[in-house]
Design a protein. Sequence first.
Length: 385
Amino acid sequence: MSVSESRSVLPSSPQRRSLLAAAGLSMLGAPWVARSQSSTLRIGATIADTGVERFNGQGLLYGAKAYFDALNRAGGIHGRQIELLKADDEFNAGKAKDNALKFAADASVLALIHPQGTRQTAEIMKAVRDLPIVGPNTGATALHKSGAKNVFWVRTNYDQEVERLVKLADNLGLKRFGLVYPNDPFGQSVLESFQAALARRKIEAVGIASTPGTASLEVDAAARQLAKLPVQVLIMSLAGTTPAFYQAYRAAGGVSMCYGLSVSGTAANLAQLAKGNDRPFFSVIVPSPNAQKFEIVRQYRRDMKAAGFESESLVSLEGYVDAYVLAEGLRRAGPRVDRDSLLAGLESLSNFDIGGVRLNFDKHVREGNSYTDTVTIDASGRLIS
């Protein structure tokens, strides 16, 4: 099926669902026909659908799809359905950039939602400047502060996340900190945030170790190194490899309290981490998926169930929130939405309540969220606020 043919498929049809489930680089390889208007509101997503980081990528996509599916069932936006186009970048920065450029070259694609990864987002931001980008899945502070006008940050930056974890430990009287991070742009960003948070308290780290990269499962050396040190609190700046490191650290005799970042909180990670006798704490940039005092969480849980997604996680809730923000920008852009009017719509989201969490964007502000909290998990992998 060609791309032009796919546009005529009704959003609720089995054929379309099959197409979206299978769509990836093969879809992007077909001829792309530029259109200023389409019968659907077309949104691109480049994510890791394969490899170690696939659980993060799929979680983001499932959350966004759950929201858009619910919106489409309710009639869409200004009478038009939202079409979510997926491209698998395999967590490769070059492929992520290529995917984004292909989306940007098609004038009927109005925005890119939550590109995944620090290096991937950096490459996309350099290459794509006229396509709105909503909710990149990275908290790299330098990227957040870059001033890119087409990028709207829905997650908080790593300075805020790490500060939350360090403050929690400091308030408990714990002063001997350690860090494990991947030796890549994601890890380097968190390392800087970690060092800054300790410096504000005049604390020196007891131990710092690195793994080869975000997707690398070579975690044993770092685990053994840190297990030998008198660390009280170990911050695991890892994503999909968090369970592998955590298990290796405990096997090597490491006894410190362990904290993880929000990108660690996939359903698959939580299920693995729940198997131990003790369990990590996590920083979060959205409420816990179990915190039903938040309207956004209640809505998310309903829509995930309706979409047929059984597992709930911090990552899929983040994807859901990204979709919520993007959809409101589309709504405010008006019936004849294009990329410019969408930018204006997103800029108008000042003091915007998404069901218990408020976001603030304007013509000059692109970091819309300041929400952070900490959670842990129970023996079943369920998050506890």
